[in-house]
Design a protein around this ligand. Structure first.
Ligand SMILES: [Zn+2]
Ligand SMILES: [Zn+2]
Length: 249
């Protein structure tokens, strides 16, 4: 437990397809010295508003990988920061190598190019390759490679600040090094799209329950929940995330 209260707000906890009416991946981690938004899917602006979170509070957006349900909300986050929020505070957008080009490409493809936008705040893109580390001030980040569509540059992220460490799996299927990457964290937000094993690039409750003993984290909360997981009657001792859930750290 940290000396100063930190918390993680689950802004969106569904799979890519919005199962059970939930929103796509996004988590706001509030630390004593700032706030980090882990992933920003296409439904995240709606989620932030529904959770009463102002975009302006976010010091950094940290992207786990280049799938739309994890980074597709960034173009309009940036435009909203200019036109709706009149933002003046700096914003950092951190992600796998190529982050700036991917965001610019996505913005162009969606009809909201940012190439000729004037930003009245300091916008900085920063690459965080797997095995890399980055000090954001309010938080220190480390990234590790996960087992997911290789084209999307899949990363898991460790965020440390205010005396606590939060691990986030991003999207991944099972790989044997996963527990070693996240062990020692106070909280592990672990994707669990499926109830039964069946797809190599996402985790299932079957696999996680079988390997439960390999994890040594303060708390494990399952998220990126697909339709089967939403309906599950027995989460086998794991906690399940939900949109709007606030986890005190
Ligand atoms: Zn996803
Ligand atoms: Zn993905």
């Amino acid at each position: 437990m940290g000396q100063t209260m930190s918390e993680l707000v689950c802004v969106g906890t569904s799979d890519a397809f919005g199962a059970a009416g939930r929103r796509q991946s996004a988590y706001l981690l509030r630390l004593p010295l700032g706030a980090v938004l882990l992933d920003c899917g296409q439904t995240t602006l709606t989620g932030l508003d529904a959770c009463g979170i102002e975009r302006d509070e976010v010091d950094a957006i940290v992207v786990s990988h280049f799938h739309a349900d994890h980074f597709g909300g960034i173009p309009l986050f940036l435009l909203g920061s200019i036109y709706a929020d009149h933002r003046t505070r700096p914003l950092r957008v951190v992600g796998p190598p190529g982050i700036e080009a991917r965001v610019r490409e996505a913005a162009r493809a969606l009809g909201h190019s940012i190439d000729h936008q004037r930003f009245h705040f300091d916008l900085r893109f920063e690459e965080l390759p797997h095995g890399g580390a980055l000090d954001l001030g309010p938080a220190r980040l480390r990234a590790f490679e996960t087992f997911h569509s290789p084209d999307a540059h899949p990363h898991g992220v460790l965020v440390e600040g205010g005396g606590i460490q939060v691990a986030y799996s991003g999207d991944t299927g099972w790989f044997d090094e996963l527990p070693a990457h996240v062990n020692g964290s106070d909280l592990f937000m672990c994707e669990c799209t499926l109830e039964r094993r069946g797809y190599e690039f996402h985790l299932s409750l079957d696999e996680l329950a079988e390997r439960r003993a390999a994890f040594d984290c303060g708390r494990i909360v399952l998220t990126h929940l697909g339709a089967e997981m939403r309906a599950t009657r027995d989460p086998r001792g794991f906690d399940l995330a939900d949109d709007g859930l606030v986890i005190k750290l």
